[in-house]
Design a protein around this ligand. Structure first.
Ligand SMILES: Nc1nc2c(ncn2[C@@H]2O[C@H](COP(=O)(O)OP(=O)(O)OP(=O)(O)O)[C@@H](O)[C@H]2O)c(=O)[nH]1
Ligand SMILES: [Mg+2]
Length: 311
């Protein structure tokens, strides 16, 4: 797959060759094939090499790096250029803590973030956008009847991966972008217990547009996640997900952990001086606490001010 593959190149079915050992192939990997690459029905090629990955988006099952479950790391996709953070404005309600975690993961992986707010027909975006005022975070608003031209322009020429809670409308959007995709779409069930309609990640080539030249790009739909664990990200790197705060820390004492308990942490004065939103500092500190096992395990990604579930 991928940008250098032409639209008329065949789709090849391939399996992992034994010589790859335990190395796993993930969606987005660029691979070398041997065998029957004709794409004819019944033809099977073998994947013999995985090219070096340009980017790797990872998440852990939980935040806590002190437990085996917490350390269980999953590669979400390889070689993505853009992380499309999909959040519904209602049903399920937006979680800025989740978006913040995705931003950390994106910056950590060197992938550009794009905020995609769906279900704009059900609620307004003001609260979520207000929270991100200080970040120059690109965003798109999606409603069932919205024109997707702006989104298509942002997806053109790159490989984008969508992540978000179950039921936010990722597959619905993919089906609109790629009409022949035919991704299964579900109904929204209770958060947390929600059934996940999509069960595996799939990369799809976006169709060429009448008035645009060049590569329309690729979109990767992924199964909904309940949380975005960040045990694999160092405490220092967590801060890179908060570019509105990072500048302040040059004034912190050596070895400052930036927690609320640090008497001289410069972040408090930064926020008190109106340089950043206090809710962002609170979110950063909640993330720090969650990594040391002190967070609220029920809804770790709901920040105060986010709507309650069911609203
Ligand atoms: N009102 C409204 N409903 C939407 C919108 N987008 C999606 N939905 C509905 O939301 C429900 C869930 O959509 P899906 O596309 O299956 O959500 P998903 O993010 O792919 O979910 P998982 O595959 O479980 O991760 C469906 O009933 C959609 O019809 C929207 O913009 N507005
Ligand atoms: Mg889906």
């Amino acid at each position: 797959m991928f940008p250098d593959a032409g639209p008329d190149d065949p789709t090849v079915t391939a399996m992992r060759a034994r010589e790859l050992g335990r190395k796993s192939v993930v969606v987005g990997d660029r691979v070398s094939l041997v065998g029957d690459t004709s794409g004819a029905s019944g033809a099977l090629a073998r994947i013999v090499r995985i090219a070096e990955r340009r980017s790797v988006l990872r998440r852990t099952a939980e935040d806590d790096a002190t437990t085996a479950e917490g350390r269980l790391e999953r590669v979400v996709v390889a070689n993505a250029d853009q992380l499309v953070i999909v959040s519904a404005l209602a049903d399920p309600p937006p979680r800025t803590g989740f978006i913040d975690r995705c931003l950390v993961a994106a910056y950590d992986a060197g992938i550009e973030p794009l905020l995609c707010l769906t279900k704009a027909d059900l609620a307004g975006p003001e609260a979520v956008l207000g929270y991100y005022t200080e970040l120059e975070l690109p965003y798109v608003l999606i409603r069932p009847d919205s024109d997707l031209a702006a989104l298509r322009a942002l997806l053109a020429g790159r490989v984008s991966v969508m992540v978000g809670h179950s039921g936010v409308g990722k597959s619905t959007l993919v089906n609109r972008l790629v009409p022949e995709a035919d991704r299964a779409v579900g109904t929204v069930s209770a958060i947390g217990r929600g059934r996940h309609t999509s069960t595996s990640a799939v990369a799809l080539r976006l169709p060429p547009q009448p008035n645009a030249d060049g590569d329309p790009g690729w979109i990767i739909d992924t199964p909904g996640v309940r949380s975005f664990g960040l045990a694999h990200v160092s405490a220092e790197s967590l801060l890179h997900g908060f570019p509105d705060l990072v500048e302040a820390t040059v004034d912190c004492p050596a070895n400052c952990q930036h927690t609320a308990e640090e008497a001289d942490c410069a972040l408090d004065a930064w926020v008190a001086g109106g340089k950043a939103d206090p809710r962002r500092l609170a979110s950063y500190r909640r993330l720090l606490a969650s990594r040391s096992g002190e967070g609220d395990p029920r809804e770790p990604e709901r920040n105060p001010g986010d709507p309650l579930a069911g609203s």
